[in-house]
Design a protein around this ligand. Sequence first.
Ligand code: KIV
Ligand code: ZN
Length: 498
Amino acid sequence: MDNRVYIFDTTLRDGEQVPGCQLNTIEKIEVARQLEKLGVDVIEAGFPISSPGDFNSVVEISKAVDRPIICALTRAVKKDIEVAAEALKFAKRGRIHTGIGTSEYHIYSKLNSNPDAIIERAVEAVKYARRFVDDVEFYAEDAGRSDNEYLARVVEAVIKAGATVINIPDTTGYCLPSEYGEKIAYLINNVSNMDKAILSTHCHNDLGMATANTLAGVTNGARQVEVTINGLGERAGNTALEEVVMAMRCHKNLDFITQIDTKEIIKTSKLVSTLMRMPVQANKAIVGRNAFSHSSGIHQDGVLKNRETYEIIDPADVGVKESSIVLTARSGRAALKHRLQILGYEIEGKELDDIYEQFLVLADSKKDVADEDLEALAGSEHAKQERNIKLERLQVISGLSTIPTATVSINFNGDVFTETASGNGPVDAAYTAIKSLVKRKVHLEEYLVQAITRGSDDLGKVHVQVEHKGKTFYGYAANTDIVTASAEAFLDAISKIG
Ligand code: KIV
Ligand code: ZN
C-alpha cells in the first residue's frame, strides 16, 4: 500500500464551528493561504448552504488558493449539493463532501428513517454530486458508533455510486484507538471495491484520543487524515494537524509521507490562534508555549549538554527558533550564565554572583523569569557597578487618606545620608527626598514606567530624563517594586551628572 498520507485541513469548517472562532472572508483567505504554504492537500473551506458568508468564503478561497483541493461540505440534500457546486466554480480542483448519519442514533432518532433508506439517500447524494465534480467525498456521520457490517454496506454502495474518498468520522470522539483501528481494517478487508477510494479519518477529541485514533486509522490503512490547526473544533476539538504530522515524522519506522512543510507549523498555529481569538494552552503538544521549554535544573543541565536528552523534536523543525530554558528559582548559575550569554552578556565571577542573587529574589516572587527581566537585571547591575551613588534604603507610606511620605537613605562613596519628604504620591515623595540629599538642582523632564512581561508580579521598568544646567541625563532601573525602580532610575540619571 502507498504510504503517502493526504492532509485534509478542516480548520475553516469544523474548526470554525467553535463559538467565538468565526472569521470573516478576508481572515479565512489569510488562513487558507497559510495552509497552502504549510502544504496541506485539501482545504475544507466551508458549508456553503449554511450562510451567505460561508458561501462567499468558499468562492473567495477557491480564487485565492492554487494548489490544494478546495472542499465544500453538504448534507445528503440536493439543494446543498447544488449550492456547494456553485460555490466551488472558481476552484482549480473542487471536491464536494456529502454524507449522512449511519449510527442507530442518527438513523432512527435524528433522521427518523431506516438503514436501507439511508443507503439509498447516500447513493443518490453521491451520484448527484458527481454530476458537478469528479471528486466526491462521502462521510458516514457517527461512523465511530455505527455497526461495522452496516457501515461496510454503506461504503460499498457509495463507492459504487462514484465516491472517491470515504470519511469515517468518530463524530462524538467515542472510540478507543484499538476500536477505531479495527473499524478501518474491517472496511479495508470487507468492502469489495475499497481499492477504488481512499479511506479518511475524522476524529474528535472528547476522550482525548483524537490523535491516537487517527494514527490507528492510518496504521490500519486510511490514507487521508482530517485535522485542524491547534486541534480546534466542535466541543473538545478535532485531531490536531501538528500532532499527527509530527508523530509520523518522529516515528520514521512507520514510513508515512506527508507534503507538510513542518517549519510552517508554528506560524500557522499562531495565525489561527490570533485570528480565531482562541489561545493555545501552554502545555499543548508541539505548539504550546511550554512545548520546548525546560524549567527544572536537572532537565536544563541535560538539554545544555545534549538537546536530545529531553527533546524528541528539534524545535527548528516546527519553526521554533530554539528550545528555551525557563529560568525559575530552581535554575542554577550555569543556566543563568548560558541565558545571559545568549542575550549578549558575558558575565562572570562576582558580577554573575550578584545577578544570581537578585535573580533568585526575583524568581521567588514571580513564576518564571523572562529574557526581558534578565536584561533589566544585567543592565542595572552593570550600571550599579559603575555608580558611586547607591540607594541604600527606601521606605514609603502611601495609600488612601494618607500623606505619601518617603524616607530615603543614599550611600555616597561609603557615607550614608537619610532624608524624609512628602509628595503627591510615593514616587514624588521619594524624588523630593533624593533631590534634597544630592543637593543639586535637577529637573525631572520625563518619567516612564512599564511592566516588562505579563502579570502583576512583573518587573517594573522605569526610564527617566533629568535636566541639570541645560544638559539632559538619562536614568534606568528595573525592580518588582515600582517605587524602588523609580528611585533607582532617578539616582542613575543623577549619578551621570558628575
Ligand atoms: O464530525 C463529523 O461527523 C463531521 C462530518 C460533518 C464530516 O464533521
Ligand atoms: Zn467533525
